[in-house]
Design a binder for this molecule. Sequence first.
Ligand code: DX5
Ligand code: ZN
Length: 219
Amino acid sequence: MSKTLIAPSILAADFGNLQRDVEMVNQSQADWFHLDVMDGVFVPNISFGMPVIKSIAQHATKILDTHLMIVDPDRYIKTFADLGVNYLTVHYEACNHLHRTLQAIKGEGMKAGVALNPHTNISLLEDTINDIDLVCIMSVNPGFGGQSFIENTYEKVEKLKEMILRKNASTLIQIDGGVTNKNAKQLAAAGADVLVAGSYVFRSENPTETIKNLQNLLA
Ligand code: DX5
Ligand code: ZN
């Protein structure tokens, strides 16, 4: 089994000290940056968009994993590629033509991710799993950081892992929402490859240490 990756979510960073927080992630044992883009339509909150991602990209030295919680994400695929995004994740619930969207993301040279809301069944990915580089299982309802982890997530991870193995796909499983030291190990054991952690990292006294402790827990 390969190492489980940690992706701190910048949504929980201090936007007044964004460069400082980006440098913290650079220097830490974190693996990726997780960037949450919300449009106030697909989710009941607005976060940040292109200018902020441009600034983050200027300083970040790790993989940029961008999670689009927006309607009609096809409109911006090229824009995010030009900003230097590595993984671009769209919501299953926001795509009428998911297969076409995945091809468009890959056509721009990025890895293609699909996020599933807590109510969306894993089985809906049966016909596209071989085209998906990453599935983001939402373990909270998208829109806000700092919510509590939904326990049904473990079962979804196990089901998805079974599908990936059965279909001989190389898809990564990402978990997003309410990740802490209380659930990280069990998520990894169920088959998670990437854990997103926002408030657990940035609201801790020493974020660098918190990331290190999470890594040790998963080693
Ligand atoms: C929620 C976002 C998450 C969020 C996670 O809609 O997709 O990435 O930042 O935050 P925590 O870790 O605080 O639940
Ligand atoms: Zn996210």
